[in-house]
Design a protein around this ligand. Structure first.
Ligand SMILES: C[S@@+](CC[C@H](N)C(=O)[O-])C[C@H]1O[C@@H](n2cnc3c(N)ncnc32)[C@H](O)[C@@H]1O
Length: 206
């Protein structure tokens, strides 16, 4: 593992070569987040190196975080990095698919910088780690849509914040009773990225 400094967030991270290295999408998502003072619990899915949760935890010492990743190497990195940044007790880590084993249904926020690109024939040539971090399915949005369905069916009361690429953005696939807002957009070389918030409340969770 190599240690890197991220002065903008005043954190250091050790990052395994098979763990997603924080990139433009990571920084765009972190810098788009608004964390309210009365929040008490935040879930992050697909924590990778842990950068998003660790940056937020350092800025908000009263909030508890649960961070998940399906990759064991990522979960180990988050463990190393929460200790390295002195916030071991503020963050729980679970290696699992999305949030399938978490029972509390009303975290203030669920955050995920997901794999959001559409798979093509060349993507089959990449390593499993690259596939897991980059591709959300044939269309790109399947992983996120699966989570949205899960939150709805399980009566979560929360806000889910995530990223979409313009290469995989099709709102016609959302169920009509899910309220969502585009909170921020930016342009990269060949695509636009959107930070999108989905609101799950008594009004639209049926
Ligand atoms: C684009 S990376 C983001 C990593 C980090 N949050 C960041 O922004 O730098 C996506 C992460 O989601 C994880 N992931 C992919 N599918 C997942 C799933 N079904 N459940 C949990 N984590 C998943 C990957 O292992 C990877 O760490």
């Amino acid at each position: 593992m190599v240690r890197y400094n991220f002065p903008e967030y005043q954190i250091e991270l050790e990052i395994d070569e098979e763990v997603y290295f924080p990139s433009e999408d990571t920084f765009f998502l972190i810098n788009s987040l608004e964390i309210k003072h009365d929040y008490s619990l935040i879930y992050e899915i697909g924590g990778g190196s842990g950068i998003i949760t660790i940056a937020l935890a350092k800025q908000n010492p009263k909030i508890r975080f649960v961070v998940t990743d399906i990759s064991y190497k990522a979960a180990k990195s988050i463990d190393v990095n929460r200790r390295l940044n002195g916030i071991n007790n503020q963050i729980d880590i679970v290696c699992m698919d999305k949030i399938s084993a978490l029972k509390r249904k009303s975290p203030n926020l669920i955050i995920w910088n997901p794999p959001y690109l559409p798979k093509d024939t060349e993507s089959e040539l990449l390593s499993n780690y690259e596939k897991l971090t980059l591709f959300g399915g044939k269309e790109g949005y399947e992983e996120v849509y699966e989570l949205i369905d899960y939150l709805k069916k399980n009566n979560f009361k929360t806000t889910f914040l995530t990223l979409f690429s313009s290469l995989a953005w099709d709102t016609t696939k959302f169920s009509k009773d899910i309220e969502f807002k585009i909170l921020n957009t930016t342009k990269f070389f060949f695509e636009k990225l959107y930070v999108v918030g989905f609101i799950f409340s008594d009004n639209n969770v049926k």
